[in-house]
Structures are given as structure tokens and as C-alpha cells.
Design a protein around this ligand. Structure first.
Ligand code: SF4
Ligand code: SF4
Length: 215
């Protein structure tokens, strides 16, 4: 059997350093990373800070991060979640995003709990956004944290540009922003001019996005 394009190390030897991504192939894509990452969610050997007994799988977790998550979806997930719900983009934004944040120019999905959470389960799980896919209440190695952070925020900045181009946001800068809103707005601003945003703008699938430019 050949070596996988992306491997995740989370065995005992890595426990002190955290979960670590190894990219073994220059042609690896974001889909390869997601495929390698997905089993971590259900891995009951991992130490998860907030999980019941510290080892519960994310599935049906009762202290679910989805109860409080601040989700600005990446552009691939944004399009797929709208399609799954059979809505055009203006309808999707109107029904599933927090209206007062839209006025502040932020595409935050309705929270507390997330509008897609039912009975502790995500109802859009196969197409949930990168922020949701990558979040694990586990220790991560520094460079791995940086990689998934960069992918998630580049994707979110692409959603912001896409929404602005289509007039989906009603931006009034004076609208009251919390410190969290300001932090996320600044992050989007930091990433919006990153050339990698175009990779998300042009892609239809995560397999269209190479990992190499993010490393
Ligand atoms: S990552 Fe979220 S869902 Fe998974 S165990 Fe931690 S709090 Fe629960
Ligand atoms: S989209 Fe799904 S995974 Fe993401 S916060 Fe909402 S319920 Fe949780």
C-alpha cells in the first residue's frame, strides 16, 4: 500500500506536541486533508478537553461546541449548504444567517445553538464548513493549527467577497459590533487580499484546492 498524500499523527508520542498533519505529496489537496482529518472526530482514544469523560466522540457530544460556535462558512460550504437546503443565495442568507450581523457586514450563521444543530447532531454534516470540520477540542501542533486556521479564514474571506459581489450584505459600518465581531471582521480583512482567496473563488470542490500554497 502506498503512502497517503496526507497523514495525521496523534499517537502517544505526539500527545505532548499535539495532533500534527504531515503532507507527503506536493499535489495533495484540501480534500485529502479533510479525508485524513475526519476520523479524528470519532476517535475515542484522543483526549478531548470538553468531551464527556474526555474521550467521547464528537457525534452527539452533549457539551457540543456547535452550541456556541461563531461560524462564518468558507465559500465551498456556503454554496453546498444553500444547495442542500434548495435555496438560492439571498434566501439562504435571509433564513440561516444572523440578521443583525449581516447589517454589520458579517456572514455569521445563526448561533446559540447553531441553526443546523438538532438533538446534538449537525443536520448539514457532510457539507459543514471548514471551521466546523477542523475544530477539535484537542491539542494541536503549532504549524497544524496555523495551516487549518489559514485554510478556514481564506475560505471565509472568499465567502465575504462572493457575498459582497452579489450584494448579499447590507454594510453599515456604524452598526454596533461586539469585540468578537470586530476580531472576525479584522481577520476577514487580513485575508481578503491573500491571493489564495482566488483558489476558493474558482473551486467547486475541496479537491480543486491545492494545499501547497497554504504551507
Ligand atoms: S470538538 Fe466539540 S463536539 Fe467534539 S468533543 Fe469537543 S466540544 Fe464536543
Ligand atoms: S454547521 Fe453543523 S458542525 Fe457547524 S456549528 Fe452548525 S451544527 Fe455544528
Amino acid at each position: 500500500m502506498g503512502i497517503s498524500k496526507v497523514e495525521i499523527c496523534c499517537g502517544e508520542k505526539d500527545e505532548t506536541h499535539g495532533i500534527k498533519v504531515h503532507i507527503n505529496d506536493d499535489n495533495a489537496t484540501l480534500q485529502d486533508l479533510l479525508d485524513a482529518w475526519q476520523p479524528l472526530c470519532d476517535d475515542e482514544k484522543l483526549r478531548k478537553l470538553y468531551a464527556e469523560g474526555q474521550h467521547h466522540a464528537c457525534r452527539a457530544c452533549k457539551v457540543n461546541c456547535c452550541n456556541t460556535a461563531y461560524v462564518i462558512p468558507d465559500l465551498i460550504a456556503f454554496k453546498k449548504m444553500a444547495a442542500l437546503n434548495r435555496l438560492d443565495y439571498p434566501q439562504f442568507v435571509a433564513r440561516y444567517f444572523q440578521q443583525e450581523k449581516l447589517k454589520a457586514g458579517l456572514l455569521r450563521m445563526q448561533p446559540n445553538p447553531c441553526i443546523f444543530l438538532q438533538n446534538n447532531l449537525c443536520t448539514v454534516y457532510p457539507v459543514r464548513s471548514l471551521i466546523c470540520r477542523f475544530y477539535l477540542c484537542c491539542k494541536l501542533a503549532g504549524e497544524t493549527e496555523q495551516l487549518i486556521y489559514s485554510l478556514s479564514w481564506t475560505g471565509a474571506a472568499a465567502t465575504q467577497l462572493f457575498a459582497e459581489e452579489r450584494g448579499l450584505l447590507q454594510t453599515s459600518p456604524e452598526y454596533g459590533l461586539t469585540s468578537f465581531d470586530l476580531m472576525f471582521k479584522e481577520l476577514i480583512e487580513d485575508y481578503r487580499h491573500d491571493p489564495n482567496v482566488q483558489l476558493f473563488m474558482q473551486a467547486g470542490e475541496y479537491s480543486d484546492i491545492p494545499l501547497a500554497p497554504f504551507i
